[in-house]
Ligand binder design. Structure first.
Ligand SMILES: O=C(O)CCC(=O)C(=O)O
Ligand SMILES: [Fe+2]
Length: 226
């Protein structure tokens, strides 16, 4: 992911992404239960207690049932980038469905714009190195992604447990470090207000030192996904 500015012309969903940024931003601003991480360069929000203890325990069991070594199939060069185990959790599960519904109501984006909910498990030493969730439109994979929903707009991630040590989600460019807290939702806009990609959303899951870390993630697109 060598850095070179992506141009406006390479962001075909720019206008939609800008609109989506604005609609979610104003919706979240009206909700007193939502905390905006105090940085200007990126829009990052946190919501404590988004899931209760039962939901967390249940989804952890679903992840254990499907977790396999993560593959970053898109790019061989990034093979050791993501050493966690991951998998798509059972999408028909009623608890998963209820969580997705709650998320969609919170941010006001239709669920059909979101990718399948993915679960991840990190054991000590496992990590996901620095990356941005938005797609690099210069890469070969982009042609497929363009057809199936286009650029990623918002990332929603829920920590399912509190990790004994390590496993923070760090945004190094803006010096933000989020410690996993059971049931907390972390949300961020992968784009700038003008709808172009935001490099300052670069983030990493630091290695777990003690304990295990479980998260679920749902990535929303600029258009209906699939
Ligand atoms: O596990 C984390 O803290 C971050 C995960 C992440 O960045 C991702 O799945 O895209
Ligand atoms: Fe990520």
């Amino acid at each position: 992911m060598a850095e070179a500015k992506q141009t406006h012309s390479s962001s075909p969903d720019r206008k939609t992404l800008a609109r989506l940024g604005e609609s979610v931003r104003s919706r979240l601003a009206r909700d007193p239960g939502i905390y905006r991480v105090p940085v200007d360069a990126a829009e990052i929000y946190a919501v404590g207690g988004f899931l209760d203890a039962h939901e967390c325990a249940h989804v952890i069991r679903l992840i254990d049932a499907v977790a396999r070594p993560s593959e970053l199939v898109r790019d061989e060069a990034y093979k050791n980038y993501r050493t966690s185990f991951s998998g798509d959790v059972d999408q028909a599960d009623p608890v998963v469905k209820a969580i997705e519904r709650r998320l969609s109501d919170l941010i006001g984006i239709d669920l059909s714009w979101g990718e399948t909910v993915q679960g991840q498990r990190y054991y000590p030493g496992q990590e996901f190195k620095e990356h941005c969730d938005w797609f690099d439109t210069r890469q070969p994979y982009w042609e497929d992604e363009l057809r199936r929903g286009g650029q990623r707009s918002w990332t929603a991630m829920v920590y399912l447990n509190t990790v004994e040590e390590g496993g923070t989600t760090d945004f190094p460019r803006i010096e933000v470090s989020i410690p996993p807290q059971a049931g907390a939702l972390l949300l961020w806009n992968n784009n700038l207000p003008d709808g172009t990609v935001n490099w300052d959303t670069m983030h990493a899951a630091l290695p777990v030192v003690r304990g295990v870390k479980y998260v679920i993630t749902k990535w929303f697109r600029g258009r209906p996904w699939g």
